[in-house]
Design a protein around this ligand. Structure first.
Ligand code: SF4
Length: 364
């Protein structure tokens, strides 16, 4: 068991409910006292919590199978756990038998996907994160107002495809700061920038600075598109990286916000930073000579996976865990409207608890 100290408060973390391979990592001597700095906030955001519960509720309401377009959230453990409960993940709606139930993932969909689902008489449950929906609405509105949209985001990411689909004729993708010099636009005085919700804040601001240098009359979005969860997790790992020699980020390779946490750690002082899906991926040589290890997790990662990492690190002598808290989160989203009633027709409050909810996760 790891002991977490947070100021004067000591909190004992329960062991994961799943069996783990223990004592794999060795307790080797290092120059100073061994410690873990545990970033907070980390892990589940309100949009991920809502989306995962939406699939579980859909299975309860409608029975198996329930189809899910794309990964409901970008985490292999979450996806495999839901598969075992009866969810079937597909790439496109035309793989789904007519008349079935389908859940759209937290990353959102384009209007064309909604139309295709309706054409196949699918009963759709939209688990798009409300903060992604906000960007969709901005894209639609700016398009209606004849703006040209410069969307900062990563080509091929599902969220980017969904957002571009709301203004396909008027959106140009800007992948990185290096793209700015190559852009061609129709009217430099009628431009607005929007962004994917899960980018590096610093890199995005650099892209916007370069855009504004080229297009001084560039309009800003009405509010931040990079979401609170992405920003909060980056601020926390920045603080941790001021001290940590090694940072371990728990999360999947296709999770944009997870991968950005690795980048942010390296840019802000960590000598090394690695992403792992599971504690079993931590390599002994990463710990060589390291006294202080930072730990965090992406917004789609259940806390039990972080607890496994802490337990493995405790085996290697890093049992002293100090939380570095840079923000408190209490945002809550209500469930998609199709799922707000329980079997008796009463309001179902599940999904209104943000990160406080505990799930009985099963290791695949
Ligand atoms: S990372 Fe942000 S945009 Fe994505 S699901 Fe979570 S809150 Fe929503």
């Amino acid at each position: 068991m790891s002991t977490i100290t947070n100021g004067n408060l000591a909190v004992s973390m329960p062991k994961p409910r799943m069996p783990a391979v223990r004592n794999r990592l060795k307790d080797t001597p290092v120059p100073g006292p061994k410690r873990v700095l545990l970033a907070a906030p980390r892990g589940y955001c309100a949009g991920v919590d809502r989306a995962v519960i939406a699939v579980e509720k859909a299975l309860e309401h409608f029975g198996s199978p329930v189809y899910v377009r794309k990964q409901i959230v970008h985490n292999i453990h979450v996806v495999s756990t839901l598969e075992k409960k009866g969810a079937i993940f597909v790439d496109e709606v035309d793989e789904v038998p007519e008349g079935s139930h389908i859940v759209f993932s937290a990353h959102g969909v384009s209007p064309a996907v909604v139309r295709n689902a309706a054409d196949r008489k699918l009963s759709a449950i939209d688990a798009t994160c409300p903060l992604v929906t906000k960007v969709h609405r901005e894209a639609s509105r700016f398009s209606r107002d004849n703006f040209e949209i410069l969307l900062i985001g990563h080509a091929g990411h599902e969220e980017v495809e969904g957002t571009m689909g709301h203004a396909p004729e008027r959106t140009t993708l800007v992948n990185s700061p290096a793209d700015v010099a190559k852009l061609t636009v129709t009217d430099p005085d009628n431009l607005v920038w929007l962004s994917q919700t899960t980018l590096s804040v610093d890199e995005t601001m650099e892209t916007v600075r370069l855009l504004r240098e080229r297009f001084p009359n560039l309009h800003n979005p009405p509010s931040d598109d990079i979401c609170y969860a992405t920003q909060n997790r980056q601020v926390a790992i920045k603080k941790v990286s001021e001290e940590a020699e090694l940072v371990i980020v728990v999360g999947s390779a296709n999770s944009s916000n997870t991968v950005r946490l690795v980048d942010v750690a390296l840019e802000n002082g960590a000598k090394a930073a690695y992403r792992v899906d599971y504690a079993s991926e931590i390599r002994q040589e990463w710990l060589d000579g390291v006294s202080i290890i930072g730990v965090t997790s992406g917004a789609s990662v259940p806390e039990v996976l972080v607890q496994e990492v802490l337990d493995d690190l405790a085996d290697a002598g890093y049992g002293d865990v100090q939380q570095v808290v840079t923000a408190e989160e209490d945002l809550m989203f209500s469930l998609p409207k199709e799922l707000r009633k329980d079997a008796d027709g009463n309001d179902d409050a599940r999904g209104l608890g943000g990160r406080t909810r505990q799930l009985d996760w099963q290791k695949p």
